[in-house]
Design a protein around this ligand. Sequence first.
Ligand code: PMP
Length: 355
Amino acid sequence: MPETGIRQTNGRGRKFDNILETIGDTPVIRINRLAPDHVTLYVKAEAFNPGGSVKDRLAVNIIEAAERAGTLTPGMTVVEGTSGNTGIGLAMVCAQKGYPLVITMHDGFSVERRRLMRMLGAKVVLTPKAEGAVGMMRKADALAEANGWFLAHQFETAANADIHETTTAREILADFEGERLDCLVTGYGTGGTVTGVARVLRKERPETKIVLAEPSNAQLLGSGDSQGRKEDGAPAHKHPAFEAHPIQGWTPDFIPYVLQEAIEQGFFDVLEPISGAEGIDWARKLANQEGIFCGISAGATFAAAIRQAEAAEPGSVILCMLPDTGERYLSTPLFDGIAEEMTDEEQAISASAGN
Ligand code: PMP
């Protein structure tokens, strides 16, 4: 007999037909050391998705919505411009369903993202960093047009916010049923998360304040300047308030069409500007003080949540989205100063047992 008090698990109570069935139902986890004492702070850890990020949700729905509509048929190639997580999610979905996938991505993003997508069977076409997100989207467009491929359109498609409405938001409602939820904090890349979640929270939990974070040096929403668009909703040009920032997955160089609904419907109550340095700092603290290993955008969202927490009334309950895993950032500033060789302290530990 094992000792009493030992942990025990009992399985998930079901078997899964394929990897895609494991997407979603990510855990809400309490923060124990980093939260101010007068509030309860939770994170929703999207790294638990099989592809390691929130974008698995969107990826599976873009493909399945197109299958339902008949615009994607067996054997057709899928193409998308993406900074990484959508590409990894799409690569997983396309591998499982048997669609060839081509990803366009500018060469400023971390190399491990490209290699992950290639590992999952996708082809990765690089575009110059100087041409930004608009440049890589343009390449995806051109490839779709030239070859008759299915373009995923993550920044414009209704399939994006819809899946957050039917999964992410429902999970939050279920996990906070009968309990306080004073504040939800998220960032935006496409705007799918905030738009989909807010559609539901505004109706079902109207008391929940929604805080939207964006990079402090690229305050596209904060600037108040609108976005020029082409007929299909895609951006006609770079947004004037954009500047390069290290928070991969957040704020592209235009205001996404998917986010437009959130702006027009007043789906957020507070805009919180966060610097890349704060994002990196909090991602490191989450890793080494809570054991929660996540990316820079997660750290940045958490920074905004901490700001809310500090100003919140005693007893407040706050939920912070953590979009992805930190393993995707080994070659980025998140790991600057994390040693490869033994540090002086480690040398001293080694020496403490003699030679
Ligand atoms: N963080 C990361 C790392 C992401 O990949 C994304 C998705 N682009 C986001 C945040 C933002 O999510 P959404 O696109 O739903 O706004």
